[in-house]
Write a protein that binds this ligand. Structure first.
Ligand SMILES: Nc1nc2c(ncn2[C@@H]2O[C@H](COP(=O)(O)OP(=O)(O)OP(=O)(O)O)[C@@H](O)[C@H]2O)c(=O)[nH]1
Length: 412
């Protein structure tokens, strides 16, 4: 079953928690014991006897326990698809959380309160969607119950948003008149909006086309080398890791990067069983036709769509640390399992998150600022542009002394 990853964006009180709660509740993704606790504590009850926002907020408390990049992920599934929701706070001071959540998402749901219409936050979240190349946006116009399910309210907000979308080149936008609280047009179509001809939000989420993998290329990254020390297995050498994108098939000719070695896949194992093919996301052990010098972080790629191997990188980054970024600073760049030293060579420009305009950057980059920089790594990095492959096109910067994540990076 395929997986859709999406992020919900909205400003305080637009109903994000209620919407997520509604999706989890109506798709029966809540565990029974959670449900009992919820029913007991619900004060702000709806017809189902539960407070949906409390459900999400209760789960959200996990997030407040000191996780560095605090995006909470929620999982649910229907018979058609699995879903991963990135739930990041919407306030300006949490831009970094939005960036982290959005860079892993296929789609953004932008919540708008029907009574308030498009606000500054709506614009900012849309800019982030555009910056991170989220091609699909679902605009959920919420609290329709509070405006008597009026078509006119929906249409006005829709045409106002359409202008923003056009400016930001967001070309695939769908609009939904919903009430997260009452459940209108969330899972099934509501009788109160008979003027609305589109799908329910969940129908859309179940059907929306996912990006096809053809141009991403096949990528596998070595997490560790397996070399048992026993006599009878002395010829065994496997490379454990994850298929980052595409697929690998037994017999494929591959290139091993950055060293640029060529060999063939001799055997693929998944959970100890031999397989012909391994697909994106699967943890596998790969055996090769030749005995080569390979280490953690190396990338296996098939001949078509080879990645770039370079020391000089152009990066768009969101600065996540209280301590500012300065020209010449050294960090560790982590791209999945590969960790290399990197130095900031140039700070090109800053992007104003309120209007996407490029501005001259200061010598110091502060928390939540988005900048274009040039980095040089100590060893060559194997990467794709973020546009082609989000997994191999993104990375984080880590501070060597504190070991904390200081930037989220998109490779250009
Ligand atoms: N009438 C009505 N009220 C709603 C609807 N959706 C949410 N609410 C109410 O709006 C208030 C805020 O909802 P939340 O879901 O907590 O909003 P939020 O966006 O998650 O807010 P934060 O968690 O603070 O970011 C709550 O009192 C909800 O019951 C809706 O569709 N109709």
């Amino acid at each position: 079953m395929d997986i859709l990853r999406f992020i919900t964006a909205g400003s305080v009180d637009d109903g994000k928690s209620t919407l997520i709660g509604r999706l989890l509740y109506d798709s029966k993704s809540i565990l029974q014991d959670q449900l009992e606790v919820l029913e007991k504590h619900s004060k702000n009850k709806n017809e189902d006897g539960v407070d949906l926002a409390l459900l999400t907020d209760g789960l959200r408390a996990e997030r407040e326990q000191g996780i560095t990049i605090d995006v909470a992920y929620r999982y649910f599934s229907t018979t058609k698809r699995k879903f991963i929701i990135a739930d990041a706070p919407g306030h300006v001071q949490y831009t970094r959380n939005m960036i982290t959540g959005a860079s892993n998402s296929d789609l953004m749901i932008i919540l708008i309160d029907a009574r308030k219409g498009v606000i500054e936050q709506t614009r900012r979240h849309s800019i982030i969607a555009s910056l991170l190349q989220l091609k699909k946006v679902a605009v959920a116009i919420n609290k329709m119950d509070m405006v008597d399910y009026a078509e006119e309210v929906f249409e006005n907000i829709k045409s106002e948003y359409a202008k923003i979308a056009e400016n930001l080149e967001l070309n695939d936008v769908s609009y939904f008149p919903i009430s997260a609280l009452k459940g209108d047009n969330i899972v099934s179509k509501s009788s109160k909006t008979d003027w609305y001809e589109g799908d329910s939000l969940l129908d859309y989420l179940e059907q929306v086309a996912l990006d096809d993998d053809k141009n991403k290329g096949s990528r596998f990254q070595v997490q560790y080398v397996i070399r048992p020390q026993t006599e009878e297995l002395h010829d065994y050498r496997g490379y454990a890791g994850q298929i980052l994108s595409g697929k690998l098939t037994k017999g494929d000719k591959i290139r091993i990067l950055p060293a640029d070695l060529t060999t063939e896949i001799a055997k693929i194992e998944i959970n100890g069983l031999e397989k012909e093919v391994a697909f994106e996301g699967q943890p596998v052990v790969i055996h090769l036709a030749h005995d080569l010098d390979i280490s953690r972080g190396d990338i296996f790629a098939t001949e078509e769509h080879l990645p770039t191997v370079e020391k000089d990188l152009e990066i768009l980054l969101c600065w996540l640390d209280q301590k500012p970024l300065q020209l010449g600073n050294k960090y560790l760049l982590q791209q999945n399992n590969r960790l290399v030293k990197a130095v900031v060579k140039e700070i090109d420009y800053k992007i104003n998150v309120n209007n996407l305009i490029r501005e001259q950057a200061d010598d110091e980059i502060k928390l939540n600022e988005i900048v274009k920089v040039r980095l040089r790594t100590a060893q060559p990095l194997v990467y794709d542009s973020f546009t082609h492959n989000k997994t191999t096109g993104s990375a984080i910067l880590v501070d060597e002394t504190s070991n904390s994540t200081v930037a989220a990076c998109i490779i250009q």
